[in-house]
Design a protein around this ligand. Structure first.
Ligand SMILES: [Zn+2]
Length: 318
């Protein structure tokens, strides 16, 4: 992965390349933005420049693609690139401790080590506090890329020790380009791009027919939501709770459908409070699910328009 193959994300890429070229790369970055937008690809490109053994790599802010280090990166087995991914719904403290041990060893190649932490907001409190110690006193030559949906999901003490870079959803044409690069057939790429909400990773690898069904389902729900009887709302919640594997994507599709509705009503001059409340509710429901709150309860609250802060106070740890 190299910066030249990254589509979009001009600002974060510009900031990173400038830091690399200057040779003054912060020890910790926080990349925040929606799931599947491309944060991990950009972190991979930065790792490529940091770990490449070609003497001009940093100045060019790009790995050479040919040295042994670049070949190992391409093959996914560079010993100085550590990827930490959630174990189920959380990143436990043991996983952070293992990462810390790995970062404490001497590097194999040219003195730098890179860690990419996916879904950093899934760290348990204990894990986040352990990582904080590394951010306070990072081992020399270590660069950590912490990825999350939003800064507010992380301990403020962690955020304050990272340089934050925001990632926005891509434009439709950019998603198309990413999906085509990944090898999606053109007719499927168009359908998937339309359903991606600007985040190619959300739809890549999905069956286009299934994706389009979910988009249509979300549109239907948004159109009828106000008129649904309580029994129908429980039905929706039950159906979604019963397909846990699809839930994240269904919530994404619902969020995109609500955002489209916001854009459609933006010109009327009357704020669409109901839709705004529902968008807030989705954010809260995602957070509850990350904390292993009962799925059925969380979805009942969402569909009944009852997923307010009061509910959170009653059911979640502070
Ligand atoms: Zn190289």
């Amino acid at each position: 992965m190299s910066f030249s193959s990254i589509v979009g994300h001009e600002r974060p890429v510009r900031v990173l390349r400038r830091a690399l070229a200057s040779g003054r790369v912060p020890h910790a970055y926080l990349f925040w933005g929606p799931d599947g937008v491309g944060k991990e690809r950009v972190a991979g490109a930065a790792a490529g420049a940091l770990l490449c053994t070609d003497p001009g790599a940093l100045e060019r802010a790009e790995g050479c693609g040919a040295c042994p280090a670049c070949r190992k990166l391409d093959a996914g087995d560079h010993p100085d690139l550590h990827r930490l991914v959630p174990d189920g719904a959380s990143i436990p403290v043991d996983a952070v401790r293992r990462l810390q041990e790995a970062l404490a060893y001497r590097s194999f190649e040219r003195g730098r080590k890179v860690a990419i932490i996916r879904d950093g907001f899934r760290m348990t409190r204990e894990a986040a506090n352990a990582l904080l110690k590394t951010l306070e006193e990072p081992p020399g030559g270590t660069h950590i890329f912490l990825l999350a949906r939003h800064r507010s999901q992380l301990l403020p003490t962690l955020v304050s020790r990272c340089q934050s870079l925001r990632f926005d959803p891509l434009a439709h044409d950019q998603v198309l380009a990413v999906l085509r690069d990944l090898g999606a057939p053109p007719e499927q790429a168009a359908a998937l791009a339309g359903a991606s909400g600007g985040c190619p990773g959300v739809v890549w690898g999905e069956d286009p027919g299934v994706v389009l069904d979910r988009v249509q389902e979300a549109e239907d729900l948004v159109a009828r939501w106000d008129d649904l009887a309580a029994a129908e709302r429980f039905e929706w919640a039950g159906r979604w709770a019963g397909s846990r594997d699809d839930l994240a994507h269904r919530l994404d599709c619902l969020e995109h459908a609500l955002q489209r509705r916001m854009r459609r009503t933006a010109g009327t001059g009357r704020p669409d409070e109901r839709t705004l409340d529902r968008l807030d509710a989705i954010t809260r429901v995602r957070r509850w699910l990350d904390r292993n709150v009962n799925v059925q309860l969380a979805l009942d609250a969402l569909f009944l328009d009852a997923a307010g802060r009061e509910w959170e106070d009653l059911t979640c740890d502070p």
